[in-house]
Ligand binder design. Structure first.
Ligand code: CU
Length: 175
């Protein structure tokens, strides 16, 4: 029963991505998805040295045909002794990358842009469908299922996390 409900939520989320992409040139301009100022900040590629304590793994992207945004999912591990904050994401393969959070409000699935995701010291946080995730738009070149693309996360302390994401079809539900 729980599995069935979860699957329903995931499919509803996919449908919402399609609708958002079809209705607006930019998913980010949809009401509730943040301001133009936020976009400018998000567009800056993550720079700085690679973090020695924070890492990402199991990254995959649910590829939808442009202009629909594609969802990116991964596991972030903070092996350090201090909390860390992910402030933005970027990719050389996509012109626009945002951090999003899906929440449930009275049975409705809602999505909003976020500017920080806290990962407490010594913990692992999955960015997954129905929760925190990455939204990727404006691919800079044709991208096919089975390929891998680079994803970088910027941390509040100026460091960076870099990982490789497998491109999966729209029907994919998990890594
Ligand atoms: Cu989203």
């Amino acid at each position: 029963m729980n599995t069935l409900l979860l699957r329903g939520a995931v499919f509803a989320g996919s449908l919402m991505f399609f609708v958002a992409g079809a209705g607006a040139a930019s998913h980010g301009d949809t009401p509730g998805h943040g301001s133009g100022a936020g976009h400018a900040a998000m567009a800056a590629p993550a720079a700085g040295p690679l973090s020695k304590t924070v890492s990402a793994s199991q990254c995959w992207i649910r590829l939808l045909p442009a202009p629909a945004p594609s969802g990116g999912f991964l596991v972030v591990q903070n092996a350090g002794t201090q909390d860390t904050v992910v402030t933005s994401a970027s990719s050389p393969d996509f012109g626009m990358v945002m951090l999003h959070q899906t929440t449930q409000d009275q049975g409705m699935s809602k999505m909003a842009m976020v500017h920080e995701i806290v990962i407490h010291a010594g913990t692992t946080l999955p960015l997954k469908p129905g929760s925190y995730h990455v939204m990727l738009e404006q691919p800079t070149h044709p991208i096919a299922v089975g390929e891998h693309v680079q994803l970088d996360l910027a941390l509040a302390d100026g460091e960076r996390v870099s990982t490789s994401c497998e491109i999966k079809p729209p029907t994919a539900l998990k890594y």
